[in-house]
Design a protein around this ligand. Structure first.
Ligand code: ZN
Length: 342
């Protein structure tokens, strides 16, 4: 204050705080010292200068005070702000964790569930499709938020999570439909042997390259032969509709059943057909009797499984009526290189 007053004194040539000082002058008429009476305009000027200077000083003091010292309210706001920031950071971390959990669900969905139910995996481009980039957050930027990067990051994570969750839910909906249909599909999937085969003695020739019984040359054998006495019952290996029941030079009397879902089965060399075209059959239903019609050297049933138009190894479609041990054994028998019966 003293420095300030000194500065003002230098500026105005007098100390403004000393204006209350009483001044005297010598009156030669009365031979006494008399008080100097200040003029009204001089007083007004002094008061004006003093007021302006006080105001300036007050402004300067308030400015410095508020710069260096915070009020309780400001302090509370600052703490609240810091707390919010910490919450945001925590929220961001938790969002990352939730996103990781969702990723593992997506992987399980694509690599396990969708494989089991033969559904195409969801393309990663669909799963990771953006949700409009950061353009949609421009409003936030306009507001000039100080922690905009953190806030944008959090917002975008939440949006991506919401979208991914929606896609995942849709995927599960689709899978639940497939599960419902799975029972029907399982009934239509070839799953037993076409003849009763206790002790697995009937399987005589497996799928693949085998010696042709008549031509005696290596030839692709597109099915499995089960040797059985003439007249042994032949059963449908899954639910379906009889598509063919006819005679042909190679297969002799043969029946083809269409099971749907891409599966068909063929039963050849029957002595007698016990089913007609268009007939609905159930798994285990009698469709014909074992014989040796067509290219055949002994009574047997030549059994084929056709999946999506291609003959596949029927040995993989006996799972319904075999124990694990029996299944091992039948795989071994079917893999032996021997001569087919036709
Ligand atoms: Zn055969």
């Amino acid at each position: 204050m003293v420095i300030f007053a000194h500065y003002l004194k230098n500026l105005f040539g007098k100390n403004p705080f000393s204006m209350a000082k009483i001044k005297y002058y010598y009156n030669p008429d009365t031979c006494t010292y008399e008080k100097v009476k200040p003029q009204a305009s001089e007083i007004a000027l002094q008061v004006g200068i003093f007021s302006v200077l006080s105001l300036c000083l007050a402004v300067v003091i308030v400015y410095f005070y508020s710069s260096y010292y915070t009020t309780e309210k400001e302090q509370a706001l600052r703490e609240e702000n810091q707390e919010l920031l910490e919450h945001y950071n925590l929220l961001n971390k938790e969002l990352t964790e939730v996103t990781d959990i969702l990723k593992s669900l997506q992987q399980r969905d694509d690599n396990i569930y969708r494989v089991i139910f033969e559904a195409e995996p969801i393309p990663s481009s669909v799963r990771s499709a953006g949700s409009g980039g950061t353009d949609k957050y421009r409003e936030l930027l306009k507001k000039g938020l100080k922690k905009e990067k953190l806030i944008l990051n959090t917002k975008s994570k939440i949006d991506q999570l919401k979208k991914s969750l929606y896609i995942q839910t849709k995927s599960y909906d689709e899978l639940s439909k497939l599960i419902k249909n799975k029972n029907a599909m399982m009934a239509c999937m070839p799953a037993i042997q076409p003849v009763a085969n206790k002790g697995l003695a009937r399987l005589t020739s497996g799928f693949g390259l085998r010696i042709h019984p008549i031509y005696k040359v290596g030839q692709f054998h597109p099915g499995i032969d089960f040797a059985a006495p003439q007249g042994t019952p032949i059963y449908a290996t899954a639910d379906g509709v009889v598509e063919k029941a006819t005679y042909e030079g190679g297969y002799g009397n043969y029946v083809v059943i269409n099971h749907g879902y891409g599966y068909k089965t063929l039963y050849g060399h029957m002595s007698e057909m016990k089913s007609q075209v268009g007939q609905k059959v159930k798994r285990g239903e009698l469709i014909g009797l074992v014989g040796s019609t067509g290219f055949s050297t002994a009574p047997h049933v030549h059994y084929e499984v056709i999946y999506n138009g291609e003959q596949v190894n029927p040995v993989y479609y006996f799972f319904k009526d075999l124990s694990a041990d029996e299944y091992e054994k039948i795989l071994e028998i079917a893999s032996k290189e021997n001569q087919s019966l036709g």
